[in-house]
Design a protein around this ligand. Sequence first.
Ligand code: BTN
Length: 259
Amino acid sequence: MRKSNFVIEEMDIKLKTNFIGTNFIYYDEVDSTNEILLNDTSIKNHGTVLFADNQVKGRGRLGREWITIKDSSLTFSILLTENLRGNRINLINLAASVAVAQSLENLYQLDVRLKWPNDVLIQTRKVCGILVESVSKGDEIERLVVGIGVNVNQPIFEGKFNIPPTSIRKESGKVSSRERLIAEILNEFERILKRIKKDPDSILNSWRSRCKMIGEKIKVVDGENTTYGIFEDIDDKGFLLLSDKDGMKKVFNGDVTLR
Ligand code: BTN
């Protein structure tokens, strides 16, 4: 098998976290990093990061597939096992997308926008997808896994996509360091997680300020159901508030497009 060009030491130098990524597990190839962290209960440490250079059965939202290109993508998942009580849990979804957006702004000064619930776009093109999954026992979440896929150095994209894809390389014109970027995302994510309990509004506001669809007429498709209305806001748990002639509805899932 060809040697990876990901150098863990280069990431380590930039990692400034107390718990996110201090346990870092590297794989050459996996089916899905989310699947391993959800199911392998021998991995217990809060904040464990599982990174794969190649992912062959990457999962996307709403049962879609997520394609990874070896050496060009960042494909990793973060395991959270502590502080999973309370309704702030849904905010982790938004917190992860804010952490990625902040990192892309810090490192590349790109025009990053967020699309509900947690897509990261450069203007209208998707650069990162996030999938949060969990394992529960009764009412309690035991393991929460935040899976992040970033298109870093792909020069082109082939195939059909729900949202037109892009990579940091395509947007910035330069090949980027995956080690530098993952360290930045983990640093930002830990910083934001620390704010979830004390200052959840700042996370909601960071998300709102990067979402250009608030106030616009949208269409939400969730399986067989399609709803139309105005994207009024997100609520304190991060759910979408949609108004139509019958009043205000809360949207928990689905694909949002402008209409
Ligand atoms: C989406 O936009 O539909 C979400 C894509 C999430 C992809 C990441 S890559 C790392 C982690 N492992 C997976 O199988 N999926 C997530």
